[in-house]
Design a protein around this ligand. Structure first.
Ligand SMILES: C[S@@+](CC[C@H](N)C(=O)[O-])C[C@H]1O[C@@H](n2cnc3c(N)ncnc32)[C@H](O)[C@@H]1O
Length: 267
């Protein structure tokens, strides 16, 4: 039954649950497949991503962001890692096609053991969206060690986390990979662990419909924008269907969209 889900069309898959086996649902709510990819792409562009940079999409999944990033980047500059190869295959089949793969020659890796070997190169940007929302502290640390080797003191890391809810010990009770369940860390802990691996970091107020929190980190402190500029990175979408006042609900707007947007950008 599960495998049959993979054969559903995108429209038919809209009502599946996050974690269900379809390329649009395994990575999260299928109804947000497009916007969550766009949020990642827009944020990276706002942070200066250019076509000539080298970008590593860690846990690239079904190319939610990759289907926008691959056409944007120059040939050979998009690198994606995901242990679930079928997600990449289904995204190529249903979203981007083999022609784009041939033209842009993205590099994909599915074997975690290769991260320290074939992927041992220097990246300008590393994207880890909705990865550390599913890892225990051990995996987070392991990944930051990879990132430290991969950014060579200057690259920019963009990663999301869930803030602590009911959990009170910084995710330490979790270990390994938890999916589709979620893990939580608190702000101070996130900055502390960044710093242990040599990174400065900051929270970005970039919108996320599921309430994930965006962070920027870099070993080069000058890559962290000053707070005045960071505060402009709101990710606001005009005519958005999301309730900006209640990010986690994804409710439909109840009051004027303009009031909500002004509330979100804090004016
Ligand atoms: C919530 S999805 C996010 C996917 C993608 N970043 C996105 O935003 O669409 C989490 C992804 O992490 C992948 N994953 C599973 N184990 C992993 C691991 N050990 N390291 C990195 N990614 C992993 C899953 O296959 C899945 O594609």
């Amino acid at each position: 039954m599960k495998n049959e889900n993979r054969l559903l069309t995108k429209e038919e898959a809209k009502n599946l649950n996050p974690g269900d086996e379809h390329y649009t649902s395994y990575v999260g709510y299928p109804k947000w497949y497009d916007v969550i990819g766009a949020l990642q792409f827009r944020l990276l562009c706002s942070l200066g991503l250019r076509e000539y940079h080298k970008l590593f999409d860690f846990g690239c999944g079904s190319l939610r962001a990759g289907r926008l990033l691959i056409p944007y980047m120059n040939r050979g500059n998009y690198f994606g890692f995901d242990p679930n190869e079928w997600l990449i295959q289904d995204a190529i089949l249903n979203e981007i096609g083999e022609d784009l793969i041939n033209i842009k020659q993205p590099v994909f890796e599915n074997d975690e053991a290769c991260l320290g070997k074939s992927f041992k190169r220097s990246f300008d940007y590393i994207l880890a969206h909705s990865i550390f929302t599913h890892t225990g502290e051990d995996k987070l640390r392991e990944s930051l060690q990879y990132f430290s080797d991969m950014t060579k003191n200057s690259g920019i890391i963009v990663a999301t986390f869930f803030f602590e809810g009911k959990v009170s010990n910084n995710g330490r009770q979790y270990s390994g990979w938890i999916y589709p369940g979620c893990t939580h860390f608190n702000h101070d802990f996130i900055l502390e662990v960044f710093s242990e691996y040599g990174f400065s970091g900051a929270l970005l107020p970039w919108f996320h419909p599921a309430g994930q929190k965006w962070y920027i980190a870099s070993a080069d402190k000058s890559k962290i924008p000053p707070s005045k500029l960071i505060n402009q990175l709101k990710g606001t979408t005009l005519f958005s269907e999301f309730d900006m006042n209640n990010e986690t609900s994804g409710n439909k707007l109840k009051t004027s969209i303009w009031d909500r947007l002004l509330f979100h950008i804090g004016r």
